[in-house]
Unconditional design. Sequence first.
Length: 514
Amino acid sequence: MKQIRPSAWLKVFLYGLVIGVLYRSALGHLVLGDWFREDYSHCAVVPLVVLYLIWDRRARLSSVASSPSWLGLGPLVLGIGLFWLGELGGEYFSMYLSMWLVVVGLLWLHLGWPKIRAMAFPLCLALAMFPFPNFINSKVLLKLKLLSSQIGVAMLQMAGMSAYREGNVIDLGFTRLQVVDACSGLRYMLPLAVLSLIMAYGYRARWWKKAVLVLSSIPLAILVNSLRIALTGVLYRVWGAEVAEGFFHGFSGWLIFMVTLPVLLLEMWVLNRIGSPGERMEKPGPEAVAEVGGCGDRAGFKALRQPVFLAAMGLLVATVALSHGVEFREKVPVNRPLREFPMTVGGWTGTARAMDGEMVASLHFSDYIMASYQDGSGKVIDFYVAYYESQRKGEATHSPETCLPGGGWEFEDSGVQTVNMGQGRAVRISRVLGRNQGSRQLVYFWFPQRGRILTSLYQVKFYAFWDALTRQRTDGALVRVISEVYPGESMEEAEDRVGRFVEGVFPVLEGFLP
């Protein structure tokens, strides 16, 4: 068995040093931030699993000759591009994906495609160490909360209990249970999906059986989480709030998660009985070992003059130099405090309201206003503005489309609408019509971003990157206007009322947002 050459270790050290400097902030946020979030605490184990899987296949990998390939520049350059997108656009997931692509590109450059293909599964599994982007994570959490609540209510009704659902709140008559983010089931679904992937990787079976095993983990996680919610409702009547908030709440999650492992094993046993016999978990046997981890075919430290190494190191060092040497500090513009926003706008009279302190801390905005405006007929419009001085790396606007359904509102209609501002000026803003039981509400919202009016978070992310690069600014805001569609009122009347309010408040708002 040949040993890894000292020059290969030196390459690994130099690459690791440059990558550590380049992704210092992203690595710090990942290890000290994301991995301590309960929904993603399993991510900390994934790198160890990946390293073990590569080590377990060391004999097979060493039997494949290393053949440096310039094709590795593709993922390397793409990774560097995503680095700038994440660094300037304010999205950590872009940084994480960038780091993964850079590592894959370096391996491809030095080892070649045959070896990359031989360790494709561990490399792809490494993506599981990263959490979802914030705007995707919010949508997934919301969908899971609503789905788990719906199934949980159905289970309670099957058990003979009176229960109905309003968004993610379950009304049991004697109490109301709120299915919050912690009860969405995401913290069970993700590790279970990773576990099923590892089991499928070692499962000597046809591809469709592996696919069934992996795909079944998602509905299984949702089902057992819904069962946990239903059990909480059943036991609440006996033991009270301790069931929903105390030891049982945390313990039941672990207990149900551990139950799913035998279910997956049982599923494999059933799949083994279908089709070809003898399919089982793979047990790697002895293989002939040619060498371990070849990293180039040049002797001694002359390998450091290898063209692919010089090219890759040059690109990485240049990126580090630009990210630290060029002035990318944001120019935060001066804006008027939103607490000075007038409570009289046109024919509307407003009353400011304060937001809960915990909610303020979770939204990360720099300033906000929340007020209720009333017209002469007594009809009310809720007005909310959140302003962000910076939208880099996690501190960004949230879309009402991700939070309104949590209050029980189902979207009856949604899209983009043009609103006339007078004097030949018109703007395009987002519009949502929601229904909750017998009530309907009309929601207009838009994202004022450095002189632009945007209607989606995807646009917000793109222009945050572009303006950070060209103008050193990422400040922006969310504006949301909500009105009830009153009984006996036509949609045309509601649209006209909200449109008149927007037309009146828009020019006033421009004096507060830079």
